[in-house]
Design a protein around this ligand. Structure first.
Ligand SMILES: [Mg+2]
Length: 230
């Protein structure tokens, strides 16, 4: 079990977080205000209080949970605006190159199983991955230590040989505590917001997704590496 595995977060890492921000911060408050006959400001306040309360829990990532809380089918809302789901720039290029290098890649996401399926369907990313894992199937969010021990029991991997890329500091902290050695964060998870200042981030920052090829020393064509080591 010494093969390097590159684990990717999905939202904000491979995919533009702008979609999720639109659904949760823009469309859902409008929808909720309409459903409950209240002002947009009241709706925003109420929803943001809910978000605050449940952030970093498994429920926070559950369409089913939110559908019950807000009284509307949140998965249906995501379907309605599915054309807004976009891969981040360089995503396909990076994954194609990793595949060419026979690099094993996994998606490890907090998105629930239904949202994950919708996002795979809209982006066609699933073909690049050996494993696609939702924390809903693990029973803990990535922020929780049990997530990583359960993941490893079900899908054996060596944390010392693994690389993990995620845009959320608390998730990276949790992966670090578990023992994953190579950790990277993302400069600009959402195209709606400016890039974050790398000096203020606790992990090495990936500006462009394709920069990872260099960071993983895979920046030469597979054939070149093969010829040189043959
Ligand atoms: Mg993320």
């Amino acid at each position: 079990m010494n093969e390097t595995i590159v684990m990717f977060d999905m939202d904000g890492t491979l995919l533009d977080l702008a979609f999720d921000q639109f659904i949760w911060n823009e469309h859902l408050p409008q929808h909720y205000a309409h459903q409950h006959q209240c002002s947009l400001a009241d709706s925003q306040e109420k929803l943001f209080q809910f978000y605050q309360k449940h952030q970093h829990t498994l429920q926070w990532y559950s369409s089913k949970f939110w559908s019950e809380i807000v009284g509307s089918d949140v998965l249906q809302l995501q379907h309605q605006f599915r054309h807004k789901i976009q891969a981040r720039s360089g995503c396909h290029e990076l994954l194609r190159a990793l595949k060419q290098h026979k690099q094993q890649c996994w998606i490890v996401t907090n998105a629930d199983i239904a949202s994950l399926a919708l996002k795979m369907q809209m982006t066609g990313l699933s073909k690049y991955f050996e494993q696609i894992i939702s924390s809903e199937s693990i029973g803990y969010p990535k922020e929780h230590p049990e997530f990583w021990t359960t993941l490893q029991q079900r899908y054996p991997f060596d944390p010392k040989q693994s690389v993990f890329i995620d845009d959320t500091a608390r998730v990276l902290d949790s992966a670090k505590r578990f023992g994953i050695q190579q950790l990277y964060t993302i400069a600009q998870p959402s195209s709606l917001e400016p890039a974050r200042d790398s000096a203020k981030l606790d992990y090495p920052v990936v500006e462009e997704l394709t920069d990872l090829l260099e960071l993983l020393s895979l920046n030469r064509p597979y054939k070149d590496i093969h010829d040189k080591t043959a």
